[in-house]
Design a binder for this molecule. Structure first.
Ligand code: PEP
Ligand code: MG
Length: 889
């Protein structure tokens, strides 16, 4: 295979091979934009290197050929003493992993060529600054030397010179610094800093390859669900310099505001600076708009290029650029990350501009973003003290205790504490802490700083660049403008949508998007809501194209009504056990304790009218839409007191010689019903088969409720569902009994009830014998919670807290199978059961009511296997509607 592509040979569709950066540099080159010449080494070369520890043998020659071509194009050789060609060696994977992998700039500088560069640029300071940066980056990333050593040396030289920033250092200071850096390298790496430019380049390429498997990168991939086997490409690009004086600089730009979606000029610019300076938030940047007064020509050219890119990519693009002595160069572009709100707005704006159609708009947003928009926000009327304001970098309302380092953030969050990570600026080493925190607050850096970019990617609340707050990580405190301090452990609240920082806990209120779904706010009522208007439109597109219907898991009229407002098309799961809580628990207790038939019948008789009332209310709330009522599922012991507590009570009473008759009976019952493995015990259909009258009471309550609703001109559409069935025989017995009861009620009321009877498929045996089960079932609802539990043999109540973290860390799975359906295992059973069920009964209705019904990725799977509906909790209904549409589009 071909391992190296000139920028002119690639295009944006080659991201798998050239990484996002390489592919987009190629695309820009071919668009005729000013991109410094260069070439890209493929991800395939990286994969070979990672697998075998060796670069593919052909790589060296290919690189030599491309380097030779680059040298002849540029008219100078890499590291040529009197006029060196310098290159950057940058990582770039298919998916953007900001700051997670390595980059080395200024490759080609050496003791020999630094003078040549100085002469060519007419600027000695610049040449030595570039050289010290090379040694620093190379030392840290290629030779694995602690980066702080370089930082400390730099700080010392600055202190000696009383220089506030590195710009104030002169050539002689930088020469001294280079000397110190070289010693740090020699001491730390046991070798001299390599003077051979090609050796520098080859080592840097290998280091970039290896950085794919660095801890930071691995953690980031797990977090973002990026596969671990992709590898990174490496782009080698001729250097242009933003640090050649005041007419040079480097910046980052967005074609639209990544927070609001508004079109305009957004970005940061830093004069006389190189590469990572802007993103690292080291010096404070100026707004991009100010570039106009600094360098009008470059500014205008940049605006033109940004328009070209938007029209070409048909989306928000972000850009890195450098101006070298008044000449503009594009160093990177990509379709930019954005906040959830901006994603919705931009999608509809692009439709209005005629750039994309509705189907494409649906692909520009996703359910996770919609879920984010449904989070509560801070109450604007709260009277909590505001102590500062930074840049609204990533929206959300976060409250937690102040911590000043990642280690504490992780430690405290493990013990259940909510924390806000406060740093002067973050760097990739803070990633663990950022994940652990509720939100991130920095005192430096702009919208494109590391903290902002990473937080946005994770959907985490972030306020950055709150400059009036002085962060002292050593003393673990933050000092406000007036001199007051916030200590570690104090509660702070940060608003990632406004940038406001508060001392204390700010109460939260529902999001406007939820208010909209609730019907308390109308699209376009006022400007609050561009966002709501955008959501409204996208949901309308979604409902037009989706095939899957969306139902709710709801057990009471209140939830049912909310679900309806959120767009539910019925109830897919009413768990009747939820109707036996509170005061009614005692009635169930009586049922369990019943010694005689008549005692049992009495207990059931007492429950019947209560159940019936529940159902009448539910059918009324969901009038005209299907409601699947599931008969009692959990083991009965769940309705009895805790065995230990009860034993203690009985023992105490005995010691006082005052035994309580009822407690004694209860304890006997608890012992009788005690199971080692209740999840695999007396529950679901098994209960119905061994507790006479239980299921028939529930069926009667449903049937009578339907009859009552019909009598008052309602339109009840009840479906009766039997849980935990493993064989068709179980279902047949329950079904016969149920039909008997239904016809009794029909005879008594004279109504035709049209009740359908179906089953959950939540045991492997049920899935495997779905063809037989479909003979007795009018519908299947996949109970993927229990199915996942039984297919994997994982206890759904225990594993997430016990060994799942280890499994996730080892990469055994990227996400819990209880969260996202395991396509290969559980999913295969579902797919096969769908086929077998439909083969027996073509009109079989099929749905899912496990937690997966509201999980974006799983919804796509259920669409693919041809279910009729998904059912999920009311709050996830909008997400399911949107994802069902994205799956269909
Ligand atoms: C299931 O098992 O997926 C299900 C929906 O039932 P429950 O969660 O009530 O066991
Ligand atoms: Mg279940």
């Amino acid at each position: 295979p071909k391992f190296v592509y000139d920028f002119r040979e690639g295009n944006r569709d080659l991201k798998d091979l050239l990484g996002g950066k390489g592919a987009n540099l190629a695309e820009m080159t071919n668009l005729g934009l000013p991109v410094p010449p260069g070439f890209t080494i493929t991800t395939e070369a990286c994969r070979t290197f990672l697998e075998s520890g060796e670069e593919p043998p052909a790589l060296r020659d290919e690189v030599s050929a491309h380097l030779a071509a680059l040298e002849s194009e540029m008219g100078k050789r890499l590291g040529q003493a009197d006029d060196p060609l310098l290159v950057s060696v940058r990582s770039g994977a298919k998916f953007s992993m900001p700051g997670m992998m390595d980059t080395v700039l200024n490759i080609g500088l050496s003791d020999a060529s630094v003078a040549g560069l100085a002469a060519q640029a007419g600027d000695e300071r610049f040449a030595w600054d570039s050289y010290r940066r090379l040694i620093q980056m190379f030392g840290k990333t290629v030779l694995d030397i602690d980066g702080d050593l370089f930082e400390e040396a730099l700080e010392e030289v600055k202190r000696a010179k009383k220089a506030a920033t590195d710009v104030e250092l002169g050539a002689d200071d930088l020469k001294k610094l280079v000397k110190r850096y070289k010693k740090i390298v020699a001491d730390g790496a046991g070798r001299e800093f390599p003077q051979d430019p090609r050796e520098q380049m080859d080592l840097a390429v290998k280091a970039v390859f290896a950085s794919w498997n660095g801890d930071r990168a691995k953690l980031y991939r797990r977090q973002e669900r990026i596969p671990h086997d992709l590898g990174t490409a490496v782009t080698i690009c001729s250097m242009v310099f933003g640090n050649l004086g005041p007419d040079s600089g480097t910046g980052v730009a967005f074609t639209r505001d990544p927070a609001s979606g508004h079109q305009g000029v957004y970005g940061d610019y830093l004069q006389n600076a190189q590469g990572e300076d802007v993103v690292a938030g080291i010096r404070n940047t100026v707004a991009l708009a100010d570039l106009e007064s600094v360098d009008k020509a470059s500014y205008e050219q940049l605006m033109e290029i940004m328009a070209t890119l938007e029209n070409h990519y048909l989306d928000l693009c972000d850009i890195e650029f450098t101006i070298e002595r008044g000449k503009l160069w594009m160093l990177q572009t990509r379709v930019g990350k954005r906040t959830a709100g901006a994603a919705f707005r931009i999608a509809t704006q692009l439709v209005d501009q005629g750039l994309i159609d509705e189907a494409e708009a649906l692909q520009r947003v996703n359910g996770a973003q919609l879920a984010q928009l449904m989070f509560p926000r801070f109450d604007e009327d709260a009277t909590v003290e505001m102590i500062g304001r930074g840049i609204a970098a990533s929206p959300g309302a976060a409250v937690g205790r102040a911590v000043f380092d990642s280690y504490t953030a992780i430690k405290w969050s493990r013990s259940g504490e909510k924390v806000i990570l406060i740093r002067r600026e973050t760097n990739p080493d803070d990633l663990d802490g950022m994940i652990a925190a509720e939100g991130i607050l920095t005192s430096r850096g702009g919208k494109t700083s590391h903290a902002a970019v990473v937080a946005r990617g994770m959907g985490k609340t972030c306020v950055c660049g709150a400059e009036e707050l002085e962060v002292d990580t050593k003393q673990r405190r933050l000092t406000m403008a007036g001199g007051r301090v916030v200590e570690e452990g104090d509660t702070v609240s940060i608003d990632g949508s406004s940038g406001k920082v508060y001392l204390g806990e700010v109460p939260v209120v529902p999001s406007p998007v939820v208010e909209y779904f609730e019907g308390r706010m109308h699209a376009g009522a006022d400007e609050a809501d561009e966002l709501v208007a955008a959501v409204h439109r996208i949901m309308a597109y979604a409902d037009r194209v989706r095939r899957l219907r969306v139902r709710a898991n709801a057990d009471n009229a209140e939830d049912a009504l909310r679900a309806r407002r959120f767009g539910a098309q019925g109830i897919g799961l009413c768990r009747t056990e939820h109707m036996f809580l509170g005061e009614r628990r005692e009635m169930v207790e009586k049922l369990i304790l019943a010694d005689t038939d008549s005692e049992r019948e009495q207990a059931l008789k007492a429950l019947l009218p209560l159940q019936k009332k529940d159902f009448v209310e539910l059918f009324e709330a969901m009038d005209g839409l299907p409601v699947t009522v599931r008969l009692l599922d959990p083991p009965l012991h769940e309705f009895l007191p805790d065995i230990t507590e009860l034993s203690v009570r009985v023992a105490l009473a005995e010691s006082r010689e005052d035994p309580n008759e009822n407690d004694l009976r209860l304890l006997q019952a608890v012992h009788r019903l005690h199971e080692q493995n209740p999840m695999l015990g007396l529950r679901g259909v098994r209960l119905g088969l061994v507790i006479p009258g239980l299921f028939t009471m529930q069926v009667r309550a449903i049937a009578e409720a339907v009859a009552e609703r019909k009598a008052t001109k309602g339109d009840p559409r009840a479906e009766i569902m039997i849980p935990l069935v493993g064989t068709v025989q179980e279902l047949e017995i329950v079904k016969d009994e149920a039909e008997q009861v239904i016809s009794e009620v029909e005879a008594a009321t004279g109504a035709s009830l049209k009740l359908s009877l179906g089953t959950m498929i939540e045991l492997p045996r049920a899935a495997l014998t779905a063809g037989q089960i479909a003979e007795a079932a009018e519908f299947f609802s996949f109970g993927t919670n229990d199915l996942t539990q039984t297919v994997w043999g994982f206890s759904r109540d225990d594993v997430e807290a016990s060994f799942f973290t280890a499994y996730l860390e080892k990469g055994i799975f990227g996400v819990s199978p209880f969260e996202t359906i395991d396509r290969d295992g559980v999913g295969k059973l579902v797919a096969d059961a769908v086929k077998a069920g439909r083969a027996t009964r073509p009109e079989l209705k099929l749905g899912v009511c496990g937690e997966h019904g509201g999980d974006p990725e799983s919804v796509h799977f259920f669409h693919d296997v041809g279910l009729d509906y998904v059912s999920c909790s009311p709050f996830r209904i909008p997400v399911a509607r949107l994802e069902a549409a994205r799956a269909a589009a």
